[in-house]
Design a protein. Sequence first.
Lengths: 71, 216
Amino acid sequence: MRELGRLERFLRTDPRDVGCDEALAVLHIYVDLVAAGEDAAGRYPGVAAHLLACGPCGEDFAGLLLAVTSG
Amino acid sequence: MQPARQPIEDLDEESAAWVRRLGAGGGERQAAERELYARLVRIALAEVRRRSGGTPVTGPELDDVAHQAAGDAMLAILAKLGDFRGESRFITWAYRFVILEVSGKLGRHYWRNPPVALDAGQWERLPDRLGIDPARHAESAGILAEVRRVVDDELTVHQRRVFVAIVVDGIPLDALAAELGLRRNAIYKVIFDTRRKIRRALVANGYLEEPGLEQR
């Protein structure tokens, strides 16, 4: 069963996942916390869960973080 | 409820300067707008290039997307300047607009030259998408049959169409949202619920051993 890892990861859902709308509404706050080295996931666990599970929101997070840290 | 806007003197120095300059009149405001727009264009160009491997949009069209995103983001930022509450740095709040514009526009531009048509239904690609190698997994035929059964029997027509487009055909979520005129969250929720249904079915049939994190 260990070889079914990708399938299991795909099917695993996190009850804390807040969805796209809530995550994107605070994305700028979340990104500033991450950029400052603070515990963004601890403060926004539902956002952290969502960004791990949602490819498009994860891309937006990565892009915004890069934008604010690249000067 | 939205938190109250921080007084400008409580903002960090750079954010306070942006708010003050963009709220000023005449030349000071125009200079701030030019500076912000130049930054938005730079961020948008970098972002479309960062995402270029995951979109069929290429070449000059990619640069067009970036410039359109920067322009639309600039309009939105100026229109919503009063909504900035100082919960983040101003520039992070502003860059969020351009990043989201890039996402939305790449989703819409996908359909100008789509590598996969909507409703293609490439079920033969599902094993690869789910990371199941029929040659290595004796259970793979049963797993794939159960996934197909859940999709065919337990989903509505809309849910089935979304699952097939995203998971089976690999259409980007933002592209599907644009084509169906839906918000990203509406598509995500369909996929989220479908993942739970499939997992439950695979657990019930002994293909997966534990329920995972999925209760909601």
